[in-house]
Design a protein around this ligand. Sequence first.
Ligand code: CMC
Length: 441
Amino acid sequence: MLSGGASPHAIIRVTSGSNVPDTITITDDRTGKTVTVPITDGVFPASAIRDLDPALYIYDPAYMQTAACKSAITYLDGDAGILRHRGYPIEQLAEHSTYLEVAYLLLNGELPDAVQLDRWKTDVTQHTFIHENMRKRFVDGFHYDAHPMGMFISAVAALGTFYNDAKNIDDKASRDKQILRLVAKMPTLASMCHRFSVGLPFVYPDNDLSFPGNFLNMMWKIGDYQVDPRLERAMDVLFILHADHEQNCGTTAMRVVGSSHADPYTSCSAAASALGGPLHGGANEGVVRMLAEIGHMDNVPAFIEEVKSGKGGRLMGFGHRVYKNYDPRATIIKKAAYDVFEVTGKNPLLDIALKLEETALNDEYFISRKLYPNVDFYSGLIYQAMGFPISMFTVLFAIPRTVGWLAHWQELLADKEQKISRPRQWYSGADARDYVPMASR
Ligand code: CMC
């Protein structure tokens, strides 16, 4: 974990009680120049390289070895399978908290007291409606079979056009207002995208309902629909589990776009675009498609062999850039799946998923690469059992992740060490050459 305070240019720091220096010394063999810098929490400043030679760069595709920011929001230990928000273990939050309380925690750094929570819930509840023209002029313009995630990504950016004050990112009151609007309106946008894609009339928010209850109501209400409290709680737990996950692809997109001082709606839309990719939040969609394609438990061994041979694509819902252990969210989701199936009946794909998990976890290919189920492996099965179409799965991920994006956006803007994101490249193209006239090509 990174913590603040260490000067990037301090020369020697010794770990107290030990003779081992907590520093790294780098020598440029071309010049013999040496730089010694501190290692703090396993991180040393890249400015060491700049000090050696300002024209020397680190080649790090996909930022595998790069910490691009300091962050106090989420702690993740991939080897131990630990996830904590502001210090609180995800297991405790999923058991005792609500999504709105976790949202407050992520944004403010502390759990709210009763008055603060009540105020926050009221504020969010009073911002759930969207401008009528969002639906009439914007959403109604989509083609009848538009993918809900594509609609959602565009709708988030379009929403910003209704709030010209969103550009005032230096004004805390304005930032707080946009955060409130974005958190509160995401379920409304998401359900609107679904209702449009199935040709059903839009259901307005019901401010007497809880955050997850209102979302389920906007999704499913036809006639006398009543939200089942067990599904309402399951939805809330899923929202908690998806609220933040430190510097993943979507959050990095949020930080990169936000670093140009774009407004938070455009930045969230960029983050949602990244989330939509099949290697990121789109994986839950891929899992259910994969399980349906496998079709039967007996086909699992052959499928695993195909994955291993590289001919059959990847085992969706398995593997993670950071977790080299069971994703703690997957453990909680697996349990939540059984709670949901008690209400909805078992998803017939569950047996295939269990067999797939067991087979992979006992297979040398997956063991040696430390590939375990991730958050997406079971979430799709729950969503499907609850009646969500596959095309809505990533939208369901984006609703709660919005608060994670915004917590990082706030942190980025307050961080004096941050500037506009602008990595370097290792140029590998042609040397200078003269333009060739068309007749000579
Ligand atoms: N199935 C089969 N092999 C895999 C898988 C998988 N799901 N994931 C990684 N590998 C292999 C990969 O082929 C490579 O093998 P080798 O060393 O022989 O070339 C090795 O494991 C390392 O893979 P990598 O691609 O270098 O790992 P990465 O950290 O770049 O990728 C990942 C992480 C999540 C993109 C990848 O594990 C993956 O594609 N998983 C399937 C998609 C998925 O479930 N994504 C959801 C991620 S969690 C939620 C979220 O972040 O949104």
